[in-house]
Design a protein around this ligand. Structure first.
Ligand SMILES: N[C@@H](CCC(=O)N[C@@H](CS)C(=O)NCC(=O)O)C(=O)O
Length: 448
């Protein structure tokens, strides 16, 4: 019996081509031995332009002796386990081309395949306008102004669904915490699954196990496995995007709203009868105009601006997005040099919306979305402002940096196919969020 492992493609005496990853085994006439070798169990025929390769099959002239070829890197060492797709692909690639595929051909083949797959995924997951600018799909379930001013929801009738990586869902968690609505509006925290959809765990870990920081858990309202299932329980079903945040009506069994800004306005002013801090107003009448103005600047250029950088599908679209992102950050940095918050002395909904993008900036957007001109830590006023909000009671518990990084790097597949989580830039580590912010001094100056 001859067993050979070869690192180069070669031809055997009968003209069969044996490739690098193949193991040639000369088995005698003994039928029993052939069967024991499992030769017939893996049969896959493949061909490339120059030569036919039969992998793991019996080849050659039956009268002249039989050769068995099986991949050296077995796809299925343990028959009870499914083949690992990466190993399978490597084996097929080696069978087809061996190490002799010219690098230029390899690169252009993979580039064409990858670009086509990427364009297909991006067209469906991150729709863009004809110039390649990312355009965020509109939310389907909206609250109107009469919902936000006329509370019509009793305690226990509403349930909030969130995912921790999501900056839009994060807004709702912060306002819920600041207003003291945790008992009035219970929450279920989903995690992003490998296919990019939101899914629940089998149990909800105790908050103490994570120093009070929110972690993914089970669906406490409907007992579903996925958020899609929850949306689907609506009368008439649902086939659209199952996004977070989503406010669910437990009695009517339907989504009330899946637009974050509507939800935070509603939590701020529509649920005071059930809030522990009804006196806190994050959108006071005299500041409404300023809040709206800041939102008009911050939403397209910063909140959605980072996504416009990351999901840009042309160089021009990226250039536009990154230029307006950093011009706006520069402008806000200047403003915060003399103003404690965006609208002066009081924290407002506009600050909450800015905060959830800032806290993700250095760990995620800077690297993954190519927001690389500067790191947030290089903006002293913005960084101090972010630290102050992070240090407000109950805000840190809504910020799970590990879940944020996992969510973006491990499941935003089209942007990070390798799922490698990078190290955060020096100075942006979580411990630095607790450093003194010294923002009180700005109030002192104004008050004097
Ligand atoms: N405009 C919405 C955006 C919500 C949104 O895009 N959520 C993302 C997570 S960051 C999501 O759930 N995506 C899942 C999907 O599109 O299937 C809001 O502000 O609430």
């Amino acid at each position: 019996m001859l067993t050979e492992t070869s690192t180069f493609a070669r031809r055997d005496g009968n003209g069969a081509v044996l490739c690098s990853s193949l193991c040639l085994k000369k088995v005698g006439e003994n039928r029993e031995e052939k069967e024991k070798s499992g030769a017939m169990s893996f049969i896959g025929a493949a061909s490339c332009c120059h030569f036919p390769i039969i992998s793991g099959a019996v080849i050659g002239d039956a009268n002249a002796g039989t050769r068995l070829i099986s991949p050296r890197m077995s796809m299925n060492q343990n028959p009870s386990q499914p083949p690992n797709p990466a190993t399978l692909l490597t084996s097929i690639t080696k069978l087809l081309w061996g190490p002799s595929l010219p690098p230029g051909l390899l690169i252009s083949t993979v580039r064409t395949g990858w670009n086509s797959a990427w364009n297909l995924m991006m067209a469906q997951l991150a729709p863009s306008d004809p110039s390649g600018n990312y355009s965020r799909p509109a939310s389907k379930f909206r609250l109107n102004s009469s919902d936000t001013t006329n509370p019509q929801f009793s305690r226990g009738s509403l349930h909030l669904y969130v995912g921790l990586p999501c900056p839009w869902a994060h807004r709702t968690l912060i306002v819920r915490a600041l207003k003291g609505l945790e008992d009035a509006v219970p929450v279920s925290v989903a995690a992003s699954g490998q296919d990019g959809s939101w899914e629940f765990q089998d149990r909800t870990p105790s908050p103490d196990a994570n120093l009070g920081v929110l972690v993914p858990g089970k669906d406490n309202a409907n007992g579903c496995r996925t958020l899609k299932e929850v949306y689907g329980r609506r009368k008439g079903g649902y086939s659209g995007r199952a996004t977070v945040p989503m406010l669910w009506h437990s009695e009517r069994k339907e989504p009330v709203c899946n637009e974050s800004y509507d939800i935070i306005e509603f939590f701020n002013s529509g649920m005071n009868a059930l809030a522990r801090n009804p006196e806190l107003d994050l959108s006071p009448e005299p500041l409404k105009g300023q809040i709206e103005e800041w939102n008009r600047v911050i939403y397209p250029n910063i909140n959605n601006g980072v996504y416009r950088c990351g999901f840009a599908q042309s160089q021009e679209a990226y250039d536009r997005a990154v230029t307006s992102l950093f011009a706006t950050l520069d402008r806000v940095e200047d403003h915060l040099a003399s103003s404690r918050y965006l609208c002066g002395e009081a924290l407002t909904l506009a600050d909450v919306c800015l905060f959830t993008t800032l806290i993700r900036f250095d760990p995620v957007y800077n690297v993954l979305f190519k927001c690389t001109k500067k790191k947030l830590v290089e903006y002293p006023n913005l960084h101090g402002y972010m630290r102050e909000i992070y240090q407000m009671p109950k805000v840190a518990e809504t910020c799970n940096l590990g879940a944020i990084m996992d969510g973006y790097y491990k499941t935003l597949f089209p942007l990070n196919p390798g799922s490698i989580c990078p190290v955060v830039p020096s100075g942006s580590e979580i411990v630095n969020l607790s450093k003194p912010h010294n923002r009180e001094s700005l109030s002192a100056v104004v008050c004097r």
